[in-house]
Ligand binder design. Structure first.
Ligand code: ZN
Length: 175
């Protein structure tokens, strides 16, 4: 929450350090740990305010390939405009309208979303940094899995053939 009522016209900076406790307020947060440095810039003009957020940090994630924990470096930024109006309306991500009763800019959700969005869908170690023991086991497993799949498809084929025979029997009876 940034109080803007007392701010003079011009550019103002606010620094935040975000740690694990920040995410406790967000029940379904995918990110639950990490350290993030956030700088919020508020430029107050007579008719509006411009808000910019710069975020960088790191969070522990599980590697998709080997399952080991790894520290992921992330960064992102966000920007929007706040204009004055009769009624508050902050549904639009680009432009917020602030009614006369507003005194604070709630940047918490924007920072939260920025961090969530900065986490890529696919998280893997850099080439060669995966847990080699796990990778070796995975390779073994995937080979035997291929063998299983072939066996199953062969079995299915046999079943299909049997069904054909059964159907043929039926049609014979009908004739
Ligand atoms: Zn890995």
């Amino acid at each position: 929450m940034i109080p803007f009522v007392g701010l003079k016209l011009g550019v103002h900076h606010f620094d935040f350090s975000i740690e694990d406790t920040f995410f406790q307020d967000f029940e379904f947060s995918e990110v639950t740990a990490g350290i993030f440095q956030v700088n919020v810039q508020v430029e107050k003009k007579s008719a509006m305010m411009e808000v910019s957020i710069e975020m960088k940090g790191s969070t522990p994630v599980i590697c998709d390939k080997c399952g080991d924990e790894m520290i992921l470096e992330v960064a992102g930024n966000d920007h929007w405009v706040i204009k004055w109006g009769e009624q508050t309306d902050d549904e639009n991500d680009e432009v917020w309208i602030f009614g006369p009763k507003e005194h604070f800019i709630d940047v918490k959700h924007r920072i939260y979303e920025l961090i969530q969005l900065s986490i890529p869908a696919k998280r893997v170690h850099e080439e060669g940094e995966c847990n080699q023991e796990v990778i070796a086991k995975l390779n073994q497993f995937s080979t035997s899995e291929d063998a299983d799949t072939q066996w199953i498809s062969l079995k299915n084929m046999e079943l299909e053939n049997n069904t054909d025979l059964l159907l043929d029997d039926d049609s014979d009876e009908e004739e």
